[in-house]
Each structure stands twice: as C-alpha cells, then as structure tokens.
Design a protein. Structure first.
Length: 438
C-alpha cells in the first residue's frame, strides 16, 4: 500500500520504517528539514535499536522523507498522524500539532479524488479523533468523513529502545474505526501480523492506549511501594517480585522496582488521563497516588545515600542519565531530579551514560562532570548511584575498586548484592535490606 506518515518522531519513523520493510511504499513527513535530510541519507535522527539497518535497507527503495505534506498525502492512500501531543502545565495535552497535521491533510484531500483513510496514531484523549480531527479534515477538504474519506485510530504500544521489535511482534493491534470501510482498509494493512486484531470504536481505541499505559505505570508504582515496605520489614523486593510474578494473572513483567518511571509516555499519559477525568468531575484517587509515589521514588536513592554519609562536598558518581536502557532519551528521566537534588546538597557529581551524555549537557551545562567511560566516572568517588538499567552496568563489580569507598546505591537493582559483597562493595539498593531476615 502507499502510505504517508506525518511526524518522524519515535512513533512515526519506526512505523514508517517497519511498514516500508513489510513491502509498503512509505513517505515520512516532517517540518524539520534536518530530520528529513538525515532520514533520506539513511542516518537515524534518534538512537533506536535496529533503525540504522532498516533505514539502510529501505531508504531509496520504498522509504523516503519529505517536508511536503500535501504531495505525500496526494500520492498515498493511507495517512498516519504520528505527531507529538505534549503536556500543558495543567497536565492536559496540547493538540496543536495534531490540528496542524489534520489541516494539511484536509487541504491535500481537497485535491484528491480517490478514497483515502486518515489514521490517528498520536496518543490523544478519548473523543479527539471524532470531535477535533474529523471536523478539521472535513472543513479543509470540503469532503465528508465516511463518504469521501475514512478515519481510524490506531494506538501504538512501542517501547523506546525495543520499538522495532515491538512493531514487528505486537501482542495485539487495535483499530478504532469510524465505519467498517475505514477499518477494512487498515485491517488489510495489518492482516498478516500474527496477533489478535481488535476492531472497535475511535473512542475506545483512544482509551485503550491510556488505560494500557496507566496500568503499566500503576504496576511500577505498586512494586516500588512494596519495595519501600520490603526495606522496612527485612526482605528483598526482587524475591517478592519473583514470587508474585509467578502468578500468571500478575506476570513478572513491569515488576522491577527502582527509581520510578520516566520517559515521554507514562508520566505524560497518566497526567493527561487525570486532567481529562477531572474535566469530567471525576477524582482519580489511584492515578494521583501512582504519580505521587513516582515523584517520591525518584528521591529514594538520595535518601538512602544521605543515610550513609553527609553528601556535601562528596564525589558522587551517577551511572545512567537516560530514562531507561536502550535510548538516549532523557525526557522526564528520574536521574535529572536526583542529580539536581545531589547538587543542592553540595555534592560534586560525575556522570556517565552510554548514549544520553549529549542530551544531558543541555540540562546540566557545566554543573556536573561528564566522564567518557565508567572507569573515569568511578575514579576516586565516595559513592556511586546507579540510575539506569543499562546492560553495560550489570557486570562492573571489579570496577568499583577504583572508587575511594566502594559504596554503591543500586537504584535499578541490576547488581547481585551477594556477588557485590564478595567484591568488597558496600551494597545498598531500592527494596533491599542489608541484613535480610531469613
Ligand atoms: C511505554 C510503554 O511500555 C509502551 O507500550 C508505550 O507504547 C509507550 O510507553 C508509549 O506510550 O509510547 P516506554 O516509555 O518507551 O514505553 O518505556 P517502558 O519500557 O515502558 O519504560 C517506562 C519507564 O518505566 C522507564 O523509566 C523504565 O525504567 C520504567 N520501568 C519499567 C520500571 O521502573 N520498572 C519496570 O518493571 C518497567
């Protein structure tokens, strides 16, 4: 099929690259010329596993990028809207990019005669596709949804860092459809995927996305609360998560306790759902608690460190700046407020992250020391805090001897406390009690 995609962020670019790899002809559209140039030269504008290979394989054949939305829409049969929906200060989402995309698609549809389906992939509050997107499309095209063009809402469930894997191996595909004809067209695009394909209303598809992210965020705050109790009662949260996760109704996924969730999705989406519910006069007791606990959790490692030593003037190493492993993304990343807190306490902070150093420079400027590797970050440090679950931090037991004191606060529970002790490391961790009560 011929596809155009508006927006070349994580979602748009991964969707475009994967759909091209599956044999469709895809044009990715963005207003930022540098991104367009980068994609057309098969250079990924973001760090994402497998993206370089996909671009190399498909650019110049059935994948290209352009700043010309009108032509891209006119020369395709399906257009995905995959632009950002950033948070406003009150937590609600800002739809300006979705609205702008709908306008330019509408203008292109005006000059088009054959049937076209517009698919909203951006995460939008229930009701947005039918009450915002469709009216704009109709106004600017002079055409009628359902009669002259189709509309679907197709949420994404891609994890950053694993987005290509997730796209190619989905647990499910959700197609919210304005009418059967629109849904049939998108169903055809996905019919060869080996997973359930759920067809539903536009609003239900929009809500499924929010409910999925809110549930996963809740699961993380739940295990973090359990971790905090574990520290008090003398057990290890990793054992507890294992025992609980063996119940197939619960599953072990997303039961990793730590410094809390970050990124461009969970915090923003939970805030948006709370804001929407409050507009409807509903008080979200559980979701408020999920966010509150998450905010406190980001400081848990500082509390632990503070109990170990007076942090002022100490050399503190922070390993990990990205909001999770496999990405250079530091949006809403827990290490940011943690480092700010350490600096406020007068600590001297050295940082290292395999991918996110450049992004962090934009936030911390010269307030922290940027180290080129783990060794130089650890050298002569009084204490090390692990903030991101990078694989390369998992087997560094012997490197802690470079520190002045081998004291480690494991904010992600990626080290084995018993092994750490064998290496002479004084180990502290979220949800870990030093003297486990047997
Ligand atoms: C999340 C969802 O997992 C995707 O399904 C969804 O499509 C995406 O948001 C989105 O809405 O676009 P992502 O934010 O990329 O994906 O990352 P996750 O792997 O879900 O991790 C989110 C945060 O939770 C990270 O900070 C991670 O470190 C943390 N986390 C995750 C934990 O603290 N514990 C866990 O057990 C799992």
């Amino acid at each position: 099929m011929k596809i155009s995609i508006i927006g070349t962020g994580y979602v748009g670019l991964i969707t475009g690259a994967c759909l091209a790899d599956l044999g469709n002809s895809v044009v990715c559209v963005d207003v930022i010329e540098d991104k367009v140039k980068s994609i057309n030269s098969a250079v990924p504008p973001i760090h994402e596993e497998g993206l370089l290979e996909l671009l190399k394989k498909n650019v110049g054949k059935n994948l290209s990028a352009s700043t010309d939305a009108k032509n891209a829409v006119k020369n395709s049969n399906i257009t995905f809207i995959a632009v950002g929906t950033p948070s406003r200060d009150d937590g609600s989402i800002d739809l300006k990019y979705v609205e702008e995309s709908a306008k330019s698609i509408g203008k292109a549809l005006k000059e088009k005669n054959n049937y076209h389906v517009v698919v909203v992939k951006s995460t939008v509050i229930p009701g947005t596709t039918d009450s915002v997107v469709i009216p704009i499309l109709e106004e600017f095209s002079g055409k009628v949804a359902g009669k002259d063009f189709g509309v679907c809402m197709n949420p994404e469930f891609l994890r950053e860092g694993k987005a290509i894997h997730d796209f190619m191996n989905p647990d499910r595909i959700v197609i919210g459809e304005y009418d059967k004809k629109s849904g049939d067209k998108i169903y055809k695009l996905y019919k060869n995927f080996n997973c359930p394909i759920m067809r539903t209303s536009l609003r239900a598809a929009e809500m499924i996305k929010y409910a999925a992210n809110a549930f996963l965020a809740t699961k993380i705050s739940f295990i973090n609360e359990i971790a905090n109790i574990c520290e008090k009662v003398g057990v290890d949260v990793c054992d507890i998560a294992k025992g609980v996760g063996l119940d197939h109704r619960i599953s072990p996924m997303f039961l990793n306790a730590g410094v809390g969730f970050g990124g461009s999705c969970f915090p923003k989406d939970v805030r948006a759902l709370i804001s929407e519910a409050s507009e409807e006069n509903y008080n979200t007791i559980l979701l408020n608690a999920v966010l509150n606990l998450n905010e406190k959790q980001k400081m848990r490692v500082v509390e632990i460190a503070d109990n170990i030593m007076d942090l002022s003037d100490k050399n503190i190493t922070v390993l990990g700046l990205a909001f999770k492993e496999g990405t250079d993304d530091i949006r809403d990343a827990p290490p940011i407020p943690t480092i700010e807190n350490l600096l406020r306490r007068g600590a001297k902070v050295s940082v290292y992250d395999p991918e996110a150093m450049e992004n962090a420079k934009g936030i911390f400027g010269n307030k922290v020391k940027y180290c080129k590797n783990i060794e130089s970050a650890l050298k002569d440090a009084d204490l090390c805090i692990i903030m991101t679950e990078w694989d390369e931090f998992k087997e560094i037991y012997d490197k802690f001897k470079l520190m002045k004191n081998s004291i480690v606060v494991d904010g992600r529970r990626i080290l084995d406390p018993i092994k750490a002790e064998k290496y002479g490391i004084k180990y502290y961790g979220i949800g870990y009690h030093k003297n486990q009560i047997r």
